[in-house]
Design a protein around this ligand. Structure first.
Ligand code: AMP
Length: 282
């Protein structure tokens, strides 16, 4: 049985990584909020290939949730996560306490100027500040050479890439494709909130992305028309409330009116009380 180490304090985590670095080992890192599924495991398998040592963090980060969002009810199951990570031969689970990461008097945040003004940042105004801050903190604690993120959270990946460039972090950021259920629904820890009927309605996100890709492949270039068709498709499913559907530049996330080069289509939809996101390059 693989011997996995669970580290719960920031100092011990830093010491571990320093030791590995001094031995000339590369440290690969996959940050997560736990309740692991195949999407997380795909990043972890990639991390296993890319680094001599693989650290996976499990931390539900309070600073990225607004009041009224699902911080308290976010699904958690450490024992099951531990078992899965053991099977993947992960070296370290970093499982910190929020009072260790956010000490009394905490007041320093990392904020990006433009990327958060788009997509999810509009309805979740503190989300990317919380994400950027926790990721920088984890980078300083885990001190990885390589970190792997899913492009299911496309805007988050864009924010992290930008921040690493802007702040001169010597860390290679690897983006990995979205893992989907056999019918196309993007895997997410939040899918467990869905009732069986909502699970069917949740498929409208992927269906609208596929429909949009087909439209572009058959010659449509008008972003507004493609978005309107996606609205119509999603609204035909019960219990769906669309937050946004956008077609935008894959790097700046600025809206595109004409799809005359690769474009990102991204959307967020509440299905019942569950907020789901998905995206695809058109
Ligand atoms: P989370 O636990 O939701 O914060 O996600 C941790 C990491 O897993 C992030 O880099 C996510 O983008 C990634 N991830 C989540 N769902 C998927 C998925 N279905 N496919 C690939 N990566 C994913």
């Amino acid at each position: 049985m693989h011997n996995i180490k669970v580290i719960t304090t920031t100092t011990e985590m830093q010491e571990y990584s320093d030791r590995m670095r001094n031995l000339g080992k590369t440290v690969a890192f996959v940050p997560t909020m736990g309740f692991l599924h195949e999407g997380h495991l795909s990043l972890i398998k990639e991390g296993r290939k890319l680094g001599d040592n693989l650290v996976v963090s499990i931390f539900v980060n309070p600073s990225q949730f607004s009041p009224g969002e699902d911080f308290e009810s976010y699904p958690r199951d450490f024992d099951k996560d531990f078992e899965l990570l053991q099977k993947e031969s992960v070296d370290v689970i970093f499982y910190p306490d929020k009072n260790d990461l956010y000490r009394d008097g905490f007041q320093t945040y990392v904020e990006l100027k433009n990327l958060p003004k788009h997509l999810c940042g509009i309805s979740r105004p503190i989300f990317f500040r919380g994400v950027a801050t926790i990721v920088i903190k984890l980078f300083n604690i885990v001190r990885p050479h390589i970190a792997i993120f899913g492009s299911k959270d496309y805007q988050q990946l864009a924010v992290i890439r930008r921040m690493v460039r802007d702040l001169n972090f010597d860390i290679k950021i690897v983006g990995f494709p979205t893992v989907r259920e056999p019918d196309g629904l993007a895997m997410s820890s939040r899918n467990t909130y869905l009732t069986p009927e909502q699970r069917i309605n949740a498929l409208s996100l992927y269906k609208s992305l596929k429909q949009s890709k087909k439209l572009v492949e058959s010659g449509s270039k008008d972003a507004k028309k493609i978005i309107d068709a996606a609205y119509t498709l999603i609204k035909s499913y019960p219990e769906t409330v669309i937050d946004y559907i956008a077609i935008c530049d894959p790097e700046t996330l600025d809206d595109m009116e004409t799809v005359d080069r690769p474009a990102l289509m991204a959307l967020a939809v509440n299905v019942g009380k569950t907020r789901l996101i998905d995206n695809m390059i058109l």
